[in-house]
Ligand binder design. Structure first.
Ligand SMILES: Cc1cc2nc3c(=O)[nH]c(=O)nc-3n(C[C@H](O)[C@H](O)[C@H](O)COP(=O)(O)OP(=O)(O)OC[C@H]3O[C@@H](n4cnc5c(N)ncnc54)[C@H](O)[C@@H]3O)c2cc1C
Ligand code: FES
Ligand code: FES
Length: 496
């Protein structure tokens, strides 16, 4: 089996590093998960299962990968990580932190500061902190709160955990991982053969194409295959819906799918494979609200695995990136075979669970302009919890101002319809409104009920959603008018 017709070029095994050695496997289920492999096959039970859906962090492990020649350590949720996603990485679990029978400095600090009681969350918390310990920068209180947003502890309370972490995560790691960086980086470089990976046969396989052409050819041949990027959605299809995925195409090895570029007019293009962690950095430079939005997107673990393309392609009505970029005038770039096409992002979402994507077609990139000098942008998310929670309502607005009058408006919402959607009637109602006359915004508030018929579900009632959307629009306008400075939870958090 080959991806582009030459069987000799594909590698028929998965290769990764684990406990100082290379693991090569030529047979495994395409739906196998890292947590199950660790606990059931390896007997490494230090990594726990709590929720099995990426929410609690009990299963946190660290992947070390080469980024631009340097080792980067990322905390990820093993419960929703496909086994095949380990290809090319070093897998580090809580058992590996042992320093010749002694505790790792982080573990010792957790003991010293009473950072653990029942201990169920502790391996996951230590692994999240281990990634921070090796991040190359001294940890801050706010940074550590973010780092642990995806790790739930029910009994200890976070203060002693943060005290332990602040003491140890000083930007100068001093453990056996720090002293073996060069050898381990060289071992990972040796795994990077740039070959397509295909494990299995035509009826059941895990494939990881290495190029865009190989991906296009393979997906054209198996349009019913499941594309997997970070698996932060797909992993839950396995653990919660018990879906039996037979043909899996993982996008994590596709060279060129994570390219970031900027057009001469300043528009930013994010390859579909750009992780949410990387997107946070890039989108934050467009507007501070995108920084806040992305910081509240899932958790460190979810952002390390999840991708921009996955967030768009899943067509979720409550996905955060789509409304944020629709308001900015974003576009999606699709590829099928050798052909690419570009669509306004809002036109990509046709109906619930339905996108304008042909069989064998995949998301190549997402493009977004930056706000112009006369344009004011706001992106506001409301969820039940601040951290690691899907939006109940998300509203983004780009308001063009001439003098003190609104000369143009793009307003998009998530959580208000079966798809991320523009509020066309409210946009029209805003035209000509004055920033100095809040009464002139009322028609736009009211018009939202013509644009949307939201659902009642476990996150929010329809009435709550409608009221929140109207209030978010008004909040955006109050801020843009200058009557109030922006208020965001992240600002308080950073000041702590
Ligand atoms: C605990 C938790 C918290 C979360 N919090 C948030 C949140 O705050 N906001 C939010 O919006 N989402 C959230 N999510 C959802 C999820 O993390 C995001 O939607 C994420 O962006 C999905 O990206 P992925 O790469 O993991 O996608 P995957 O799970 O790999 O794929 C998702 C879907 O997209 C398809 N796909 C992936 N890449 C492509 C491509 N290039 N072309 C075509 N199809 C493709 C897959 O086939 C699948 O249908 C959360 C998830 C979890 C588990
Ligand atoms: S078990 Fe809860 S995040 Fe994995
Ligand atoms: S120590 Fe019990 S859940 Fe954290």
């Amino acid at each position: 089996m080959s991806l582009e017709g030459n069987p000799a070029e594909a590698r028929h095994s998965l290769r990764f590093r684990f406990r100082g050695a290379e693991v090569a496997l030529d047979r495994f289920s395409p739906r196998a998960l890292v947590l199950d492999w660790l606990r059931e096959e390896v007997g490494a039970k230090g990594t726990k299962e709590g929720c099995a859906e990426g929410d609690c962090g009990a299963c946190t492990v660290v992947l070390a990968r080469l980024h631009n020649g340097a080792l980067a350590y990322e905390a990820v949720n093993a419960c929703i990580l496909l086994f095949g996603q380990l290809d090319g990485a070093e897998l580090i679990t809580i058992e590996d932190l042992d320093e010749g029978g002694a505790l790792h400095p982080l573990q010792q600090a957790m003991v010293d500061h009473h950072g653990s009681q029942c201990g169920f969350c502790t391996p996951g918390i230590v692994m999240s902190l281990f990634a921070a310990y090796h991040s190359g920068a001294p940890a801050t209180y706010a940074g550590l709160c973010d780092q642990l947003a995806g790790n739930l502890c029910r009994c200890t309370g976070y203060r002693p955990i943060l005290t332990a972490a602040l003491e140890i995560c000083d930007g100068a790691p001093d453990d056996r991982f720090a002293t073996t960086t060069q050898e381990r980086a060289a071992a990972l470089a040796a795994l990077d053969d740039e070959r397509d990976v295909f494990v299995g046969d035509e009826t059941s396989f895990f494939a990881a194409p290495a190029s865009l052409d190989a991906l296009a050819a393979l997906y054209a041949r198996f349009p019913d295959a499941t594309l997997v990027a970070g698996a932060t959605d797909v992993g839950l299809w396995i653990t919660k819906q018990l879906r039996d995925l037979k043909r899996v195409i993982w996008l994590g090895r596709v060279a060129g799918l994570d390219v970031v570029s900027e057009s001469p007019d300043g528009a930013l293009s994010l390859g579909a494979g750009v992780t949410l962690t990387e997107a946070t950095r890039l989108l934050s430079a467009i507007h501070p609200d995108l920084s806040e939005l992305m910081r509240r997107f899932g958790s460190v673990q979810v952002r390390a695995s999840g991708t921009v393309g996955g967030n768009i392609a899943n067509g979720s009505p409550i996905g955060d990136i789509a409304p944020a970029l629709i308001a900015l005038g974003g576009k999606v770039v699709l590829r099928k075979g050798a052909r690419t096409r570009v669509l306004p992002l809002e036109d990509f979402f046709i109906g619930y669970g339905k996108q304008d994507r042909a069989p064998g077609e995949f998301v190549l990139a997402v493009e977004t302009p930056r706000p112009g000098a006369s344009q004011n942008y706001r992106a506001l998310k409301v969820s039940k919890r601040i951290d690691e929670d899907i939006s109940a309502v998300m509203l983004a607005a780009l308001i063009d101002v001439e003098g003190r009058r609104i000369a143009g408006a793009r307003v998009a919402c998530g959580g208000m319809a079966a798809t991320p959607k523009r509020a066309a009637t409210a946009e029209r109602a805003l035209l000509g409104a004055s920033l100095d006359e809040p009464a002139s915004w009322r028609a736009a508030r009211a018009a939202l009920s013509q644009d949307f018929t939201p659902l009642t579900d476990q996150r929010a009632s329809a009435a709550y959603r409608m009221t929140v959307a109207a209030n978010l629009l008004e909040k955006a306008l109050i801020e843009i008018s200058g009557a109030s400075a922006p208020t965001r939870i992240g600002m308080l958090h950073a000041a702590e």
